[in-house]
Design a protein around this ligand. Sequence first.
Ligand code: HSE
Length: 307
Amino acid sequence: MTLTITVAAPSSTANLGPGFDVFGLAVNAFYDEITLTKTKTKGVIIVAEDDIPTNPDKNTAGLVVKNMIKKFKTKDGIEIKIKKNVPAGYGMGSSAASAAAAAVAFDKLYKLKLDENLLVEFAGTGEKASAGSIHYDNVAASVLGGFVIVKTDPLDIIKIDPPSNLRMVIAVPRLKVPKRKTKVSRSAIPKKISLTSSTKNLSNATAIVVGFMNKDPELIGKSIKDMIVEPARKHMIPGFSKVKENALKAGAYGVTISGAGPSVIAFSKSSQDLKKISQAMTKGFESAKLECQTIICKPSIGAKIKT
Ligand code: HSE
């Protein structure tokens, strides 16, 4: 009988410009690790070294496990050990990585063999703890890996394997982020948009999908253009315009906000000078007197049992 299991799930970038709440890409920058152990004492206990909520109702992994216990009427108590590596609140899919790892771990622990859409749906219930609403772009990427398209009503995740030479440079600014940052930055998005913006975004989003299908990093990067969400959020990221301009000048194909920010992500390919792009982004943030950590990364596989 399995008593304990550890699953690692990757960080992710959501939106990729025009694909707000629809596109997600798993990236190998960081991995959260969740260990679930069956206990004799009923209830859910969270053990975490880092400064994260240990109340299961306020913790993404805790919420997922509680929901799954309820749904599958399992009888044991569960201890959740969280090793948090994805920086929280920076647009790298931190809450989603823990939620995805928790859902996949629970599935394995009880040998439920849930299909991918159901796993994503359960992982999505954890997002509510941090974003205030459920959105599936990050969790879908973290569960499945690669590039994902979130189709809803009913939830149906489409996965495409990214080009093997696709590379990203992510700049994470050292910036104090507001509590419940995703909720705050979602409230900045306009409720109404013009037909022109919608048409441009649709055209670029479609081209991104074709870029992934044709394994074409240049088409992907050059289509990372967002007329709707980026303009409404960029004021929250000091130096954003300079970071973007610098990265494009250094050869990046496209640059945008990673998820709800404040990290900025540049798209490129392995044969390009990625260090040059990373230095250009650092200089961009310096213009706003901000330090940043840059990570050169590539697409990741999804949540996986750690052996
Ligand atoms: N699509 C979401 C947003 C991702 O941009 O608000 C948040 O992680």
